[in-house]
Design a protein around this ligand. Structure first.
Ligand SMILES: Cc1cc2nc3c(=O)[nH]c(=O)nc-3n(C[C@H](O)[C@H](O)[C@H](O)COP(=O)(O)OP(=O)(O)OC[C@H]3O[C@@H](n4cnc5c(N)ncnc54)[C@H](O)[C@@H]3O)c2cc1C
Length: 459
């Protein structure tokens, strides 16, 4: 017997799902969420929150060793905070918004029915918000040797003595630095020619230099050919380096951080008339609607940039479009991105290559923060900021920064990209002296003037 009476059934209970559910309640809709595992999904349980608690502990250990927490203490604090935030940000909201939570794995029986464990649910509309999971590459010997993903890495209570990290993007770099600061000897293996490979080359270079200066080994252009296990239960990473030479690196543990694949395999999407992309994401139109007009999707499962604020935005929008009157297209024009290493890498908008690739005429300026930004000079921190602007109007197309507080500075740059501000707007705006935020104005000035020629307050 199927249970009807729901206006909306949401598959998943992560950030996209909760944003959708809360928005749907504002329309007075009756809503159920179906969750197969832990309430709250990736961000609060095994993603943003726990990783940032541990990175903070590692930073303290790096900056101020005598007051450092042990890994055991840091993981304990992380578990407490995760449990607290899961309660106040997810569990408590179920009652507050009068949401039904159905426990069990969801899959479509047909386009109008979802099975959730032993229950069959029917609703006027559905939102698929099942997120993504680690996606280990098919390297010969990797499975036999054993590996961890970010999920297990966040629970380790002792640092492996030598850790091989496969994948040099956000998660691999953040956790690589975390373990290095907790005492591991760390090597990062990145198949492409640079770490943070989708960001500005200047940003990749600055972060590469900072991490290697701290003792991490980084192999870029590295093709891992196989993994072998030695008699002492160590693992041997066999790889071809960028010059084509065969090399090996011995490790005690392997952390795989090669991206996350949308969770769509077990949903019987075909049976519901919902198409997936070659990468396994739910295919949607600009309104987050799937091929079945009453089924929408939001968050990591859509193949959108994997950030919690994108997931939450899409969740709200999917609910608007499923239940509201006017369909609204999604706008992902100015999505900021941060890699929470120290120094941070932060960016928004287009890289120079992306802008030129679509035929735009651009100008760029690159600021050496350690030489030109008073706050960076005082704090003895280096880094870079690059601005990409359109030639002529000088509209800000992209901002790319590696440096202290880059994660905060990028918020101002996001306003600039989102609302099409120009270099002149940045130059005409007061920026408090001495802040890292000043780097935006100084970099805009650097389009015309050598920053070395400016006086103290960049006059
Ligand atoms: C280590 C790490 C660090 C990160 N750090 C950041 C950060 O600092 N900032 C940031 O913005 N983003 C970060 N992210 C990314 C962010 O966590 C995700 O983009 C976001 O949580 C995705 O939310 P979602 O709702 O789409 O999916 P999820 O939160 O993954 O929710 C999906 C839910 O669906 C459930 N589910 C799956 N299949 C089924 C099924 N068949 N039936 C029922 N339930 C099902 C899952 O159990 C899960 O609870 C990080 C991710 C990781 C892994």
């Amino acid at each position: 017997m199927s249970e009807s009476g729901y206006d909306l059934v949401i598959l998943g209970s992560g950030s996209a799902a909760f944003a959708a559910a809360i928005r749907a309640r504002s329309y007075g809709a009756r809503v159920a969420l179906v969750e197969a595992h832990t309430l709250g999904g990736t961000c609060v349980n095994v993603g943003c929150v726990p990783s940032k608690v541990l990175l903070e502990a590692a930073q303290r250990r790096h900056d101020c060793p005598p007051t450092a927490q042990t890994m055991q203490e840091a993981v304990g604090r992380k578990d407490e905070l995760v449990a607290h935030l899961r309660r106040v940000k997810y569990e408590d909201l179920l009652a507050r918004y009068d949401l039904d939570l159905v426990r069990g794995e969801a899959s479509f029986e047909d386009a109008w029915t979802v099975r959730a464990g032993s229950r069959l649910l029917r609703a006027g509309a559905y939102i698929i918000a099942t997120g993504a999971s680690p996606n280990p590459p098919p390297i010969p010997g990797l499975r036999e040797a054993g590996f961890i993903t970010s999920t297990e890495a966040l629970d380790l209570r002792a640092a492996p003595s030598r850790l091989a990290v496969i994948g040099g993007n956000a998660i691999g770099l953040e956790l690589g630095q975390y373990f290095a600061r907790m005492g591991s000897t760390v090597a990062i293996f990145e198949a492409l020619s640079r770490i943070a490979p989708f960001e500005e080359p200047d940003s990749s270079r600055a972060l590469h230099d900072a991490l290697t200066a701290e003792g991490l080994a980084i192999f870029t252009g590295a093709r891992i050919t196989s993994v072998r296990t030695s008699a002492e239960r160590r693992v041997l990473i066999l790889f071809m380096d960028a010059a084509g030479a065969e090399r090996e690196w011995e490790a005690d543990a392997i952390l795989v951080a090669t991206g996350r694949r949308p969770n769509t395999d077990r949903l019987n999407l075909k049976g519901a008339g919902v198409r997936t992309t070659p990468g396994g994401a739910v295919a949607t139109d600009a309104y987050l609607r799937t091929d079945s007009g009453h089924i929408f999707a939001a968050g990591d499962v859509t193949g959108a940039p994997q950030f919690v604020y994108v997931a939450a935005y899409q969740g709200g929008l999917a609910a608007d479009n499923a239940l509201g009157k006017l369909p609204i297209p999604q706008n992902l024009d100015a999505v900021p991105r941060v890699i929470f290493t120290q120094p941070r890498l932060a960016a928004v908008g287009e890289t120079e290559e992306q802008a030129r690739g679509r035929g735009a005429a651009v100008e760029t300026a690159v600021l050496d923060l350690g030489e030109s930004v008073p706050r960076a000079i005082v704090n003895r921190r280096g880094g870079i900021l690059k601005l990409v602007v359109s030639r002529g109007t000088r509209t800000i197309l992209g901002a790319h920064m590696v440096g202290e507080h880059a994660d905060e500075v990028i918020v101002a740059a996001t306003y600039a990209v989102r609302f099409k501000l120009t270099a002149a707007h940045l130059i005409e705006t007061f920026h408090p002296y001495l802040t890292m935020g000043e780097s935006l104005r100084l970099c805009a000035q650097a389009l015309d003037v050598d920053p070395a020629a400016l006086s103290c307050c960049a006059a």
